[in-house]
Design a binder for this molecule. Structure first.
Ligand code: MN
Length: 231
């Protein structure tokens, strides 16, 4: 293919036990999906319909890599999340058949410029500047569902420099992964290669340059990234 400017590589993730990689198409994220986190952000944890935002596919950062501290913020926050990787296209997917569309799972970080997100909330602006920045979507290797199944419970944790900051259980999600796939696929046709970040448990907080983040989800895997100096 000839392009009039330089092209770029398709963003992709390693897959455990496979030589091939998982190509990343779109990144969807769910807001407020654990009651304790909804409360810590000052919101009602009652079961309102899930809501969604997006990040660009090239915001992916691989396991073991460095995340440059992003510009225009003084309050970068960590949010450790289960990531579901879509392997089969689908629209208006019933929750009962949702797992048929999931290739695998990973540990992800929904990095957030919390100060910019707060300005957006106050002014009723979109969240893009707070959520959809470069290097804002670290994601570990994909664990195929064919090997690990479809986790609905298990500890989810985030440590900074070895100190536990976030702790929860997948069983405490307000909306389960199959329910999220059901809602999301009524809004968008899900496509193979899409990632869904499924929300974070309580304990979000600031990350500083030079710190190391270690995320873990029982039965899924791990993700480690370091945070570097400003871009
Ligand atoms: Mn999040």
């Amino acid at each position: 293919m000839d392009y009039v400017i330089d092209s770029w590589n398709l963003p992709s993730l390693a897959v455990e036990g496979a030589a091939g990689r998982f190509p990343v198409r779109r990144i969807y994220c769910v807001g407020r999906n654990y009651a304790e986190h909804a409360r810590e952000m000052g919101n009602d944890p009652n079961r309102e319909p899930p809501f969604f935002f997006m990040k660009p596919a090239d915001a992916i950062v691989a396991d073991g890599a460095n995340v440059p501290y992003p510009p225009a913020t003084a309050n970068l926050h960590h949010e450790v999340e289960l990531v579901a990787a879509i392997g089969t296209d689908g629209a208006e997917i019933a929750p009962e058949t949702a797992t048929d569309h999931i290739y695998g799972y990973a540990v992800g970080l929904d990095l957030t410029r919390r100060d910019l997100q707060q300005i957006s909330k106050d002014r009723r602006w979109p969240w893009d500047t707070g959520k959809s920045f470069d290097f804002g979507a670290p994601c570990g290797d994909i664990a195929p569902a064919a090997r690990i199944g479809h986790p609905s419970s298990g500890a989810i944790t985030l440590d900074i420099d070895g100190e536990r900051r976030q702790s929860g259980d997948l069983a405490d999600m307000i909306w389960s992964v199959p329910e999220i796939v059901g809602h999301l696929s009524r809004l968008f046709t899900l496509r193979a290669g899409d990632l869904i970040y499924t929300g974070t448990p309580a304990g979000v907080g600031p990350v500083l340059p030079g710190q190391r983040l270690d995320g873990s989800i029982e039965g899924v895997g791990k993700l480690s990234v370091s945070v570097g100096d400003s871009v």
